[in-house]
Write a protein that binds this ligand. Sequence first.
Ligand code: AMP
Ligand code: GLY
Length: 434
Amino acid sequence: MKILLLGSGGREYALALKLRASSRPVDLVSAPGSDALAELGGRAALDLEDPAGIAAWCREHRPDLVVVGPEVPLVAGVADAVRALGIPVFGHDATTARLEGSKAFAKAFMQRHRIPCAASHTVTELSTGEALIQNWPYGYPIVLKADGLAAGKGVVLATTGEQALDTFRAYMAGQFGEASKTVVFEEPLVGMELSLHVLVDVDADHATYAILPACQDHKRIFEGDQGPNTGGMGAFGPIPFLKAEDIELMRTTLVEPTVQGLQKDGLVARGVLFLGVMWTGSGPELLEYNVRFGDPETQVLMQLLDEDLAALLLEVAEGRLVARVLKLKPHTAITVVLAAEDYPEGAKKGVPITILSPAVTVIHAGTRKEDGQWLTNGGRVLNLATSAPDLATARAAIEAALPQVHWPGMQVRRDIGLKALKHAEAGKTVQDPW
Ligand code: AMP
Ligand code: GLY
C-alpha cells in the first residue's frame, strides 16, 4: 500500500512508525519530510501550501492513501485537490478545515449547535474592540484570538486592559497579516485543560465517529507550568482520574453535537478533530477545534492504539468508518519533548546530538543528519515516548532513558504527567480544582 504522508515533525514521525507497523506492507513517502522520515521511506519535495503541485505528484504516483499531518495544507485545500483525483485522503476539505482556520467560524459553529463554550465577540472594527475592552463584562484575563492561523501564537490572555488594547491594536495593524484583522474576544474559562481526539467520517448520508483516549499536553516551557507557551513540551494519556462517565459527558455534550452539526451544515469530514477542552466548574467546555492530530498528543496516541493504522485511516478516508470502540493497549503512554536551546523564542540549530541506546521510542521532530551525525534543526528536536501499565511506571521509564539522549543546551520538562499523578493519588476527580 502506497501512502503519501504530508508533514515533517514529531507527529508525522510517530504516524510513520505506526503506519509502517500495519499488517500490509506500506510503501511510505513523506513530503516535505525530514532526514529522519527519509529513513522510513521515500521523500518528495512538495510545498504544503501548493494544492496543485501536490495533486500533480499524486496524479503521477497514484498513492493508495494520502495522510495530511498539519493544518496548513488542509486550510489551503490540499485534501480537496487530491480527492478530486479519486484518491482517498485522510484530512478534511478546506471548508471543514475552517473550524481551525477561522476562530470566528468555529465560534459561530459552536453557538449554532449549542456546544458549551466561552462567551465571545467577533470584532472587525478598531473602535468596537476598544469599546469592548473598556467595558469588558467577563473579568480578567481578556482572551484575544487572531481569527486565522498564526502558527500557534495568535492567542493572548491579557491580564490588564492596557495589555488587551496593545495586543488588539497590534492584531488589527496586521501582526499576523489578514489572520489577525478579525479578532475573537472570549470570556476566560478556568479549569483543567485536556485534548480529545475523534476520528470523524461525515457526509450527507452518514455520520460516524470513534473517540481516542483523552490526553493532557503541557504547553509551558518550564516545569510547574511556568514560562512562555510552546507547541507542547510533553503529553500523556489516558488521564488516570478521568472516569468513563466523564468521557461519556464529553461525548454527549461536545462530540455528538459537533458531528451532528457538521452534517446539518452540509460539511464533509474525513479525518480527525482534536477538541481542546476546558473542564470548568460547570462541566466540559470547548476551547477550540483543531482539524488535525495534536503534536505531541499523537506520539501518545500511537503508543496506545492497538489497531492497524493504515487500514483505520483508509476507512475514514474512504467514508466507511464503522463507529466503534477503538482497540487500545491497556496502558498509559507518555511522550517527553527534548527541545533546543532558546526555544520557544528561537531554536539553536546545528548542535550535534548524542543518542545512545534508550529503552524507549525515539521520535525525530526537528533534526537533520550530516555525515552520519544527527544535529538539532528546530525548536522541538526529539521526543521520547513509551507506554506502561500505569502513569508512574511510564514516567519512570522515560526518566531512566533520559541520560541516553543529550546535547549542550537541551531543554526538557521532567514533570510531564506529575500533576495528574498527584491529583489521582490524592483521590481527586476532574471536578476538583486543578
Ligand atoms: P492555541 O492552542 O494556541 O490556540 O492556544 C490556546 C490556548 O489558550 C489554550 O490551550 C488555552 O490554554 C488558552 N485558552 C484559549 N481560550 C481560552 C479561554 N476562553 N479561557 C482560558 N484559556 C483559554
Ligand atoms: N499540542 C497542541 C497542538 O497540537 O495544538
